[in-house]
Design a protein around this ligand. Structure first.
Ligand code: IFM
Length: 740
């Protein structure tokens, strides 16, 4: 047996029930259509068993809508000579679980002594096909070591799947006979139909007894056979899913698809699956020599993004917790456009296009939100699901005392998201040159968002300027603030770029410009108004100190010496309380530095340094937002602070693997995963773009021997290979070390 390659495999050598939910997240597999958490086939108490399929949302109280956990494909009950195989009985003599990031194969080898003393080797494997996204497969090899007896397998599809107690599915039909089964079901409110068709095959040297149990909502296939000590049997379960989002007859599609798969299906599905994974990694792998922990953490992050990325569907996007857990219920935030999307824009632009198209298709939801709030144009929801309507919960239980409810304001006043979508559009456009997308989709988003900003701006007569009151910036420790620098700067940026886009359209595509004028009733006077607002938006910058005040009155808030609170293991919000943290200068995430990252032209070197020095010691890096550390790392790189950069980078890289915040059980921090890629490529790798194209100013951590990464610019793939001739000072390396 080959040992798992530590540069590519996440491996666990003991069974740790106390960390079960965390490891279920880490061992999630998926294929951009669906993902399945790394639960065990046989099931355990308190597990968080879930398979999520993109776009299958259903209504639920409080959080409005959530991804519905679909009927489970993994279920496999194993009886070994009459004893139930279950790790919390008997004794685990050997345990190894490994996820191969090269191909998404999850394996588990267990030597188990039953309560009666029978020892069995069980070898599990599973994958969700990347080449045939509707198909999921698992197989198990069972070898009794010190006994001969019977093996009995029950393999069902469980239509009773729920979301931590909440049931989304109503039964429509089922059958189980002749070695296969199907279940047809539908979400209660959104009425999305789902069909699962499954087949069980077993290879044994002895006779096999077959049964089908047509248990209501839980059709099950049963096999029994005899085994002698040292002999093995192999079981394969293949499950095919279709929904009414894919086709109007999902049941027919699932049954037909299953019937067309060879029996057993593993070998014929494995090859194309593996080839597809090889192709994926060829466009995006990152190699780091000299730092095994960083190497595996980066690949793990990319793997998580890849398995969540919709390849055939432009009506869905990646939620903040990807498809790997119940956290945020599958809702989509700015995490996608600002943190995850750059990875796709620069390595797999077709996926980036799908993700941006999701926002285009949901433009009407954003228009509804703007209208409901008394504004014009499109105001994208802070949390988005199937329709683009706002789905942020208004009240949630308090994190410290679940009997109390906390009002969540982000859905009402965290408004920068609309600008972030425009920013991502621009980044995609620059990197790909995809005019067609901008002409036919992007421009409409841009104009409608500009309209929103112009109508949301408030005129301050006393100071003759436009302001934005009562908002939340990226730093969510502070709510109901006025003139958040990040928000104001991006309102201005959107308006300015909408005007530029409009004039580019009128010059180069007057017919399309005319179509927009007609469709959106866009008049020159309105563009003039955008110009006026953009010019007069207040930006809280002090030219003397070079400091940007995060929002009005921020500098007057209580200053807290965060060092004096060390060591600590909880966030500043849990220490001071929600209101208490709001009264301090402590930041959940580095708001002003994020602005400087996204709009580098805004600050000169002196101001950047001043803001970095001011805000860095006031940021709750470890227990604040998981979105912060990767950006902090990039800004540290830009200022030549390599050691600080590396520390922040590793904080991001460990977010899920080491469960830094204790909540990885709720799902992968997708923004952190995307931020890790940006920290490597834009931070240490120093890739940046300007009007002349792309440039590299690498600043590798001193112990990295080499960094290699890929990116695509205007349709051309590049491989950057940066051997480290360090040690590095704050001076950047020059471009001569770039090889293509
Ligand atoms: O979008 C983020 C936000 O910036 C901080 N709170 C969590 C959200 C989802 O990750």
């Amino acid at each position: 047996m080959q040992l798992p390659d530590p540069a590519w495999c996440i491996t666990q050598n003991s069974w740790e029930p106390a960390h079960q939910r965390h490891s279920e997240t880490i061992f999630t597999i998926g294929n951009g259509y669906l993902s399945t958490r790394g639960v065990f086939e046989e099931g355990y108490p308190r597990e968080s068993r879930a398979t999520f399929l993109h776009g299958v949302f259903d209504d639920v109280p409080i959080v409005f809508t959530e991804l519905a956990n679909i009927p489970d494909w993994l279920e496999l009950t194993i009886l070994l000579d009459g004893e139930h195989y279950c790790l919390n009985m008997g004794e685990v003599l050997f345990f190894e679980r490994s996820l191969d990031l090269r191909n998404g194969l999850l394996t588990r080898r267990v030597r188990w002594r039953s309560p009666q003393g029978n020892i069995t080797l069980l070898e599990f494997e599973r994958f969700a096909s990347l080449a045939d996204s509707h198909s999921t497969l698992l197989r198990v090899k069972i070898t009794p070591e010190n006994y001969s007896g019977t093996v009995e397998i029950h393999a069902g599809i469980n239509g009773e799947a729920d979301n931590e107690g909440y049931k989304h599915w109503e039964w429509l039909g089922q059958a189980a006979h002749n070695g296969s089964l199907w279940l047809h079901t539908r979400t209660r409110a959104s009425q999305i139909e789902l069909a699962a068709a499954a087949r069980l095959s077993l290879k044994s040297q002895s006779d096999i007894q077959m049964e089908s149990w047509n248990v209501h909502n839980h059709p099950t296939l049963v096999r029994r056979t005899a085994l002698r000590a040292g002999e093995s049997i192999e079981i394969e379960k293949v499950v095919v899913y279709y929904t009414s989002r894919d086709t109007s007859h999902p049941l027919d599609a699932a049954r037909q698809h299953l019937a067309e798969l060879p029996n057993p299906a593993w070998d014929s599905l494995w090859r194309p699956h593996q080839e597809n994974w090889e192709k994926e990694w060829q466009t995006c792998d990152v190699e780091i020599e000299g730092d095994p922990e960083a190497q595996i953490a980066v690949r793990f992050s990319l793997f998580q993004l890849l398995i969540a990325a919709p390849r055939q569907d432009e009506h869905v996007s990646i939620g903040a917790k990807t498809l790997s857990g119940y956290g945020y219920r599958g809702h989509v935030f700015w995490d996608t456009e600002i943190f995850m999307l750059p990875f796709f824009t620069y390595t797999q632009p077709a996926i980036a296009r799908n993700l941006l198209s999701y926002r285009y298709h949901n433009l009407d939801g954003a228009r509804r939100k703007a209208r409901a709030n008394g504004f014009e144009g499109a105001q994208y929801p802070w949390e988005s699901a199937a329709t683009g309507d706002e789905v942020t919960p208004t009240w949630v239980p308090h994190f410290a005392d679940r009997t109390k409810m906390v009002r969540i304001w982000t859905g009402d006043i965290e408004i920068h998201i609309s600008a972030m979508i425009c920013y991502a559009l621009c980044q995609y456009w620059k990197a790909t040159g995809d005019d067609h997308f901008i002409l036919h989709r992007g421009a409409e988003i841009f104009f409608e968002v500009a309209r929103f900003w112009a109508s949301r701006a408030e005129w301050n007569k006393e100071h003759s300027r436009y302001e934005f009151h009562d908002v939340i910036g990226p730093d969510e420790y502070h709510d109901h603030v006025d003139n958040n620098a990040f928000t104001n700067a991006f309102a201005r940026w959107t308006l300015q770029n909408a005007i530029r886009l409009y004039s580019w359209l009128t010059r180069n595509h007057p017919d399309i410009a005319a179509t927009y004028c007609e469709k959106l009733h866009l008049m020159p006077a309105e563009l003039q108004q955008w110009q006026d607002v953009a010019e007069k938006i207040y930006f809280p910058y002090d030219p003397q100190t070079g400091l940007i005040e995060q929002f009005d009155g921020y500098f007057q808030r209580r200053d807290v010496d965060l060092q004096a609170l060390e060591p600590r293991s909880e966030s500043i919000q849990s220490i001071f309380g929600i209101e208490g943290a709001n009264l301090t200068q402590v930041l959940k995430q580095p708001d002003v530095l994020m602005l400087a990252y996204l709009l580098p032209e805004l600050l000169d070197e002196r101001s950047l340094q001043a803001n970095y020095d001011y805000y860095t010691p006031r940021t709750d890096h470890t227990y604040g937002s998981s979105l912060g550390p990767s950006i902090q790392a990039i800004m540290a790189c830009r200022l030549g602070k390599q050691e600080d950069a590396y520390e922040h980078f590793m904080r991001a890289a460990r977010a899920d693997l080491r469960d830094v915040r204790g909540n990885a059980g709720d799902g992968i921090h997708g923004a952190s995963a995307g931020g890790v890629w940006q920290a490597v490529v834009f931070g240490f790798g120093g890739l940046h773009m300007d009007q002349h194209g792309w440039h590299i100013v690498p600043r590798l951590p001193s112990h990295w021997k080499r960094l290699k990464f890929h990116f695509t610019w205007r349709g051309h793939p590049y491989l950057i290979d940066l051997p480290n001739h360090g040690p590095f000072s704050s001076e950047a390396q020059d471009d001569s070390r770039v090889s293509l």
